[in-house]
Design a protein around this ligand. Sequence first.
Ligand SMILES: Nc1ncnc2c1ncn2[C@@H]1O[C@H](COP(=O)(O)OP(=O)(O)OP(=O)(O)O)[C@@H](O)[C@H]1O
Length: 222
Amino acid sequence: MSHALSLRDVSLSLSGNAGPVDILHDITLDVAAGETLGLVGPSGSGKSSLLMLMGGLDTATTGSISVLSTDITALGEDALARFRQGNMGVVFQSFHLIPTMTALENVATPLELAGARDAFPRAEAELERVGLGARCDHYPSQLSGGEQQRVALARASVTRPKLLLADEPTGNLDETTGAAIIELLFDLRDHHGATLVMVTHSHDLAARCDRVVRLRDGRIEA
Ligand SMILES: Nc1ncnc2c1ncn2[C@@H]1O[C@H](COP(=O)(O)OP(=O)(O)OP(=O)(O)O)[C@@H](O)[C@H]1O
């Protein structure tokens, strides 16, 4: 079976003020292509840290991580950036929108980087999909938290990535908007074959996933 993601004996230690902190231990996990996986667990159990490693946005202390059969732990910074650009979308908890760009420009950026000529109309259509067609010209500071989150989702999904990693994609949203975003995420799976890995505290979202993995104290719970 082809795996979208393969983690082998992954651990993460960070150096804190009081010495090294062990964040993740012996994580071995495969995610099949087209699978939707929910990552759940108590606050501080390591969910966001694991998502960052899967996206190549942080470096594992030990172990290996393959994404779409490419060992990302072996890639240099430039190759990793190119690989991520071509294959992955990531939605962070803190959005990481570019403050000097409008919503439309933020969403168009990954398309422009990929050389798309129709970046702006496609970005506009994507903002309409997340219910923000009327906010294209707003800067992030002129948007609510939930709106910024939807812009971040539009930016991550506009290139139709094979792997979408999302940290609490419904975290700041009311029930109706959250439900619409869940539909949008699963639409990426259904119509574009995307693999989805989502950190969530939402029972509704976890219930929709093919599989749920629970973390506790940096380990996968049996
Ligand atoms: N830069 C850092 N230095 C030291 N410790 C860190 C650092 N970043 C995170 N941690 C610690 O790593 C642990 C895991 O954090 P992480 O954000 O991955 O948890 P989480 O499960 O996503 O939590 P939440 O549900 O609250 O978002 C926490 O105990 C956190 O305090």
